[in-house]
Design a protein. Structure first.
Length: 359
């Protein structure tokens, strides 16, 4: 039994010495101003070996740190001025994202443990490397790689949350990339940071603009319950935005709360009874599902029962919107869009005589 215990102890001791030896060699290579290709390959081999035997949180953090810094060491193998092609090869979007996240993980661990082994090195590196990261994110944006650019801007913000411009850029690009879930997350993070700061804590976007964007994202994502809250918040900030009020009302329409919908629409129209554009917009939003219903109709031409149900649903939708189109036409008889949609409504509802009067 003693032999077994001694063997285990010896193996642990050997592993500890191996880890210390590997860390020592990594630090030695890392400390060089530049590495040769052979030295960089040696660095990678040692790092791989350390990763396979690291057991303590400190050693795992060392692995995380050196893996994150690896791209910078690889760049040094190309000399003082690597070519754009060489930089692009090493510093691709995935590499940059992993680099930033690795550094953040290291900083978070050392802040929690109170042992600053790599923190000062990271902060020193970031003083000159952050502008390069921002430039890389800008280049990705110019290449229309909005998702990758946004992810990189957000990673930079996570490293240094005093410069909120990186968070704002990330939010803008997420929406531009069509990633509304990420855009929603980041704009809500902007709201949480707030708008009362100064200097680096100040956003370019206003509280009003962010509230409007969040409401639009919720509506676009068809998250109508959230959109109700977002539009209510936005309308408090800008009670004169009629389009926002209509959008809020339509959220209730889409969740089948027709009583609230009618109350809100009536209130809006009571305040603006002679606004032709408003009348038209209310009607148009009420038929916003028309294209979808038409697609369903065409897909069910052989299913007589389903076909009739869909045709009836479409007629009911246009019947509900008709009074608003008629009122818009009364207020502005020369508007081409209004005439077109009113004539279409009459045709769908079988009101051929009235359709013929629209010229």
């Amino acid at each position: 039994m003693k032999k077994i215990i001694l063997s285990v102890a010896l193996l642990v001791s050997m592993a500890t010495f191996a880890q210390k030896d590997e860390l020592k060699n990594l630090k030695k290579l890392y400390a060089k101003d530049a590495l040769t290709t052979e030295e960089f390959n040696q660095f990678k081999g040692i790092l791989l070996k350390l990763e396979s035997v690291a057991t303590t949180e400190e050693d795992k953090t060392s692995v995380t740190f050196y893996k994150a810094m690896s791209p910078l060491l690889e760049l040094s193998t190309f000399g003082q001025q690597p070519t754009p092609a060489q930089v692009a090869k090493v510093m691709n979007p995935t590499t940059l994202k992993n680099l930033v996240q690795g550094l953040k993980s290291t900083l978070d661990f050392e802040a929690k443990s109170g042992k600053k082994v790599y923190t000062d090195d990271i902060k020193e590196t970031l003083t000159w490397f952050t502008p390069m990261l921002q430039q890389s994110a800008g280049m990705l944006n110019s290449m229309k790689k909005f998702k990758e650019a946004g992810e990189l801007f957000y990673s930079i913000y996570q490293l240094d949350n005093t410069d909120v411009s990186n968070l704002e850029n990330a939010a803008i690009l997420a929406v531009q990339a069509g990633d509304y879930s990420q855009g929603d997350k980041l704009y809500r993070e902007i709201q949480k940071v707030g708008f009362s700061g100064t200097g680096l804590k100040k956003f370019q976007s206003t509280e009003l603009e962010v509230a409007k964007i969040l409401a639009a994202i919720s509506l676009e994502s068809k998250n109508f319950e959230q959109a109700k809250k977002d539009y209510a918040n936005y309308i408090k900030l800008d009670p004169n935005d009629l389009e926002a009020q209509i959008n809020e009302a339509n959220c209730y329409y889409h969740t089948n709360d027709l009583t609230t919908y009618k109350n809100k629409i009536t209130s809006i129209l009571d305040k603006n009874p002679n606004n032709a554009t408003l009348q038209y917009n209310v009607g148009f939003l009420m038929i916003s599902d028309d294209a979808k219903i038409v697609d369903e109709i065409n897909a069910n031409l052989k299913d007589d029962k389903k076909y009739k149900e869909l045709m009836s649903k479409r007629k009911d939708m246009f019947k509900a919107a008709l009074p608003y189109f008629e009122r818009a036409y009364q207020l502005d008889v020369n508007n081409a869009d209004t005439k077109e949609i009113l004539k279409l409504s009459y045709d769908i509802l079988g009101m051929k005589d009235k359709a013929a009067t629209i010229k």
